[in-house]
Ligand binder design. Structure first.
Ligand code: SAH
Length: 497
């Protein structure tokens, strides 16, 4: 079957890519088809073809997979924010577990890893029954058993992923762009995947319910006072974005209007409207007059309230201003940090280094159970927040350094002979620098707790540390992004004797 652009064909979805696109095959040729689910039989239209693979667009689902569910959001496909909305949440969790598992095995070389609950049919643990001729499971699993048995290694069973109780309305922060539709009407919503066309959406189902009320009040205010939304092409108009944040524990709300100007006209009228919203605590605007994709400018002008909202992760209190970095899913973040804390196994006597510490969230969490915590972070403003957060919580056994982990840690180690019982790392997607990993190995902590937002780079770093005396002893995924493809992973590495 020779296919070319715009041709329509039927294919069964057999697999799913790292970024959530369904994968199907026709005559050995691979197709990536977004918005499909493993098990679907779909009709698709050819968009683009390369030598060995191509991209096609879902036209219709002919036979839905048992894993399929009706996306709740009416703009799920055009918005592009959620890649997995058509997949049942339980299946999303399985997808994420498999993603971590595959990366750790293929890239990390962790051949003894098995998926959570991987048991034989007679109920015995997989690692104590090899050779009894069970004959169950796939060839790959058997192969893993063989390898592990040959090297006399024990199996490592992943701990079950920590999912969300409710995978909707979990985001505490949203940034809505404003613009006009064809008829000149003021609209707001989200940028369509990879473009800057605004998909109108007043109620993203990942965000808080108050967003809708706040956005409509802003639109009323703009209409009444003839305030134009910003137009990217001509760099004219005033209102660029509305940034809305909510403290889930406190119920406090913040609105910050990002404007292409120095002054917001009729600010008092905006304040008067915003105050009608229950929980409204902080109202401000941010000046951004640059031609840029960056949402926030440097300067914030406070219109009403203290300039920040308060929230808690665990028992630690945070003051969050419009510009502060803060975790977007505080409920799951708490579970993530609890897992990291559990893996660290602190007794109160330990010295801990928290590398890539951001505003010190993990550091302050650990400090409650450690003798001393040192945090390292590259962004000076984040460290200023971290120090302030330590202060408002009366936490005194923490110290923060501004700089690159791969520079601060070697310097402190070689000059001041600093010591660590446990080192926690939570790097950005690209993972840890090798200089940082080499220094960790030299410092020889008993444990390394690796918190990762990208299991591929986690796997690469685990392999590197594995070749230098550290062995993975626990692994667990924590889902922070229901509907999306990303997943957080926590791994405990212990120093081999
Ligand atoms: N642990 C924090 C933040 C993790 S995000 C939390 O849980 O909130 C990763 C952080 O690493 C970001 O704050 C980023 O600014 C910082 N970062 C990036 N590269 C770095 C480097 N080379 N050295 C130190 N910090 C770095």
């Amino acid at each position: 079957m020779e296919l070319k652009k715009n041709d329509v064909f039927t294919v069964r979805i057999e697999d799913i890519s790292e970024d959530g696109a369904g994968i199907g095959k026709t005559d050995g040729y691979t197709w990536f088809i977004k918005d499909t689910v493993i098990g679907d039989l779909v009709e698709a239209g050819v968009m683009k073809m390369k030598k060995t693979y191509g991209f096609a667009r879902l036209i219709q689902v002919k036979e839905p997979s048992p894993s399929r569910t009706e996306p709740r959001c009416p703009v799920a496909r055009s918005c592009g924010g959620c890649q997995l909305q058509a997949m049942k949440y339980e299946e999303q969790l399985r997808f994420k577990e498999r993603k971590i598992y595959n990366n750790l095995r293929r890239i990390g070389g962790l051949t003894r890893l098995v998926l959570p609950g991987e048991k034989r049919s007679d109920g015995a643990d997989i690692d104590c029954c090899y050779g009894s001729g069970s004959g169950d499971g796939c060839e790959e699993q058997k192969h893993i058993k063989d390898q592990a048995c040959a090297s006399n290694e024990r199996f490592l069973e992943m701990e079950p992923i920590i999912g969300m109780e409710n995978p909707w309305r979990y985001r505490n922060k949203a940034q809505f762009p404003f613009g006009k539709d064809k008829n000149g009407r003021i609209i707001f919503g989200f940028y369509a995947g990879r473009t800057h066309a605004i998909i109108e959406n007043e109620d993203c189902l990942l965000g808080v319910e108050e967003n809708k009320e706040i956005l409509n009040l802003i639109r009323d205010y703009m209409e009444e006072f003839h305030i134009a939304p910003y137009d990217e092409q001509s760099h004219t108009g005033l209102v660029r974005h509305a940034l809305i944040r909510k403290g889930f524990r406190t119920g406090e709300l913040m609105v910050c209007l990002v404007i292409n100007g120095k002054k917001l006209p009729h600010g008092d009228a905006l304040v008067e409207r915003m105050k009608r919203v229950t929980g409204m605590t902080s109202i401000s605007y941010n000046i951004n007059m640059e031609k840029t994709n960056v949402i926030l400018g440097q300067e914030v002008v406070n219109l009403c309230g203290p300039g920040y909202i308060t929230d808690y992760i665990g028992d630690v209190k945070y003051q969050i201003s419009p510009q502060s970095f803060y975790q977007v899913n505080p409920v799951q973040t708490e579970k993530l940090y609890k897992t990291a804390l559990e893996y660290a196994g602190l007794t109160g006597e330990e010295t801990v280094w928290d590398l890539y510490c951001g505003i010190g969230t993990i550091s302050l969490f650990l400090a409650q159970k450690a003798k001393k915590v040192y945090g390292v972070e590259i962004v000076p403003a984040a460290i200023a927040d971290a120090r302030q957060n330590a202060e408002i919580n009366g936490i005194e056994n923490v110290e923060f350094f501004v700089g690159k982990a791969e520079e601060v840690l070697p310097e402190q180690y070689h000059k001041n002979q600093v010591y660590a019982d446990v080192i926690v790392v939570d790097p950005p997607r690209k993972g840890c620098d090798t200089v940082c990993l080499d220094t960790i190995v030299e410092m020889a902590p008993k444990k390394v707790v690796y918190v990762s937002c990208d299991s591929a780079t986690l796997a690469r770093d685990v392999k590197y540390l594995g070749e230098r005396g550290y062995e993975v002893s626990r692994v667990r995924g924590v889902d922070q992004f229901g509907g999306g493809v990303h997943v957080e992973t926590v791994a405990l590495l212990v120093k081999k004797r």
